[in-house]
Write a protein that binds this ligand. Sequence first.
Ligand SMILES: [Zn+2]
Length: 300
Amino acid sequence: MDSQRPLIVAPPADAARPEPADVPAALAPVVELLSGATVAALTGAGLSTDSGVPDYRSPGSPPRRPMTLQEFLATDAHRRHYWARNHLGWRHLRDVSPNAGHAALALMEYEGTVNGIVTQNIDLLHVKAGSRNVVHLHGRYDQVVCRDCGRTFSREAHDQALSALNPGWRERHVDDVEVAPDADAALESTADFRVAPCPRCGGTLMPDVVFFGGTTPKERVERARAIVEEADALLVAGSSLAVMSGLRFVRQAAKSGKPVVILTRGATRGDDLATAKVEVSTTVALPYLARTLRPLPLDS
Ligand SMILES: [Zn+2]
C-alpha cells in the first residue's frame, strides 16, 4: 500500500454508538492491508468496554479525572482516598470476563497472524482470553508495588490487609464509589479509611499501574517496540491514543513505512498517521478480521 491518505469511514452523525451498516465493506480496506501480514496489536480501553470496564475517554462517557501520581504522593489524605475507592472497586476488574474482541486477538496470535499485543489496559483480559505475548504498558490491577523497597504483592493479599484495618468499611460505603464533583468533599468522605503499609519495609504501597503523570518503565517500552519492529503492520484497537505511551508506537510503525490500521470509535491522536481508520466496535470488527485473515482455510 503506497497511499498515505487515511481511508476514513465516517459514522452517522446522529449515532451514539456508531456502527457501519455494512461491516465487511467498511473493513475491506483493512483486510486488503493486513492480508498475509504479521500484525502487532495495540489495544486500549475501548476494547474492554463490552466486558463492562468503563472507558472514560470514549464518546459519551461522563467526565472524570483520575488522580495523578503527584496527587497520590502529595498527602496522606489523597492516598487514603485513592485506596478507599480502590478497595471498593478493584474486585470489579477481578470479576470481568474477556469479550469476543479479546478472544479474536488470542486466536489470531495462535494462528500466527498476530505476533504480540501491546496494551494500555490494566484489566488482564488479554491474558484471560489466552493471549501469550502481551506487554502491559500501564501495569496490572492485580498487583501492588512498594515505592520504597520495590517489592510487589498481590492485590488479593493487600485486600486482606485493608479489610482487616477497615472492618465493615466496604459494606458501609458500597453505594458511594462515585467521585464527588468537589475534590475536597471527596477527600472528606474517606477521611476515616486506614491505608496498609508495605508488609516488608513499612513503606508506601501503590497499585502496580502507571498513573497519569507517571512514566512507563523503559523495559516495557523496549519490549513493546520490539513487537512493533518484528511486525509488518500495526493494528490499533479501541484506543484514542490520547497518551504518548501508545501514540509513540503508531509513530514508530508509520516511520518504518508499515501500514497503521485504527479501529476505534471517535477521533484519535493517530488519525493523521493511519493508513486506514474505521469507526467500529472492536467486538464486531476483530472477530470478523480473525475469520477473514486466517492463514489456512478451515474447510475440511
Ligand atoms: Zn517495602
